[in-house]
Design a protein around this ligand. Sequence first.
Ligand code: AMP
Ligand code: MG
Length: 349
Amino acid sequence: MYTKIIKIDENNIDKNLIGEAVRIIKNGGLVAFPTETVYGLGANGLDEEAVKKIFIAKGRPQDNPLILHVYSTDQVEDLVEEIPPVAKLCMDKFWPGPLTIILKKSPKVPDIISAGLDTVAIRMPENKIALEIIRLSNTPIAAPSANTSGKPSPTSARHVIEDLMGRIDMIVDGGDTGIGLESTVLDLSTDIPMILRPGGVTKEDLSKTIPNISIDSSIIKEDEKLIPKSPGQKYRHYAPKAEMFVFSGQVDSIVEAIIVNTEKYTKEGKRVGIICTDETKDFYKEGVIISMGSRKNKETIARNLFNTLRTFDHLDVDIILAEGVDLSNLGIAIMNRMMKAASGKIIKV
Ligand code: AMP
Ligand code: MG
């Protein structure tokens, strides 16, 4: 399949170019476009045949439901049984933005979207290109991350090209994404509001609107006995080619442990990659060292994480040793992605 790549400036949207993307969506094709979280792979969310193509292009398991993207809250009414007051509050406060809300679905939502569940996940992205594509297509757009399933999510058009060139109709290059991690998934379909996936909207942010919010315990623990509440939690995700370990604890203990392990693996003839931070990078004297940014700025760390994982794929390292961060604010979302990238191999120091 021929994949057309077009460049659109978010602050000066070319009507003809965006029209081409919209035509593809309306005709049941696939368009990758930027959102504020990561690049999404979009199809008409009410067209079952079009949505099927998403699963094929990504190699995504059929039982992992998709998020519907809307440009206005009016669009939500048709898609759900009802909008409870707490959901309305969250939409007013956090949309457009990196918050996905799960509600009981209406019959209008195809089963392929919800993977047979009686709920649907909905979000309004904060990116003018994404919103304009949804508005002009005049339909909710199903858009999981535009990567091959299991690989780190794409934060630039280059990442989408790496994974999906020749498998989809169009890639809209709108520059690098701002947040760099997927949306927070918040389940409001039951009496207990629960975060199923941490993301750009933090628990601290949400608890101001929902004081009784809880967070699913499997988010930063890999435990076979825990039954995932969100199907997406059970799959290997964000995996770099190399085996990865995450070190958590006090920063100086983390650095010490990584230095010792780097020496050990290097002696074994292995090429070691180190994911560190601006504050610690000068302590490492061997290995391939990449800083994700300052520990004082978790936004930067979040933005750089997936690109760093992909960079190590190109650098052909055998082992990745990564510094963990504390769990406050965006920290829990960062650690959740790191833990998954490392297949649960967290070393407490
Ligand atoms: P992605 O779009 O690839 O970032 O993944 C969407 C995430 O939302 C996955 O973890 C899904 O399992 C989750 N999700 C989507 N719809 C539902 C739903 N109805 N109930 C629970 N989780 C959902
Ligand atoms: Mg994904």
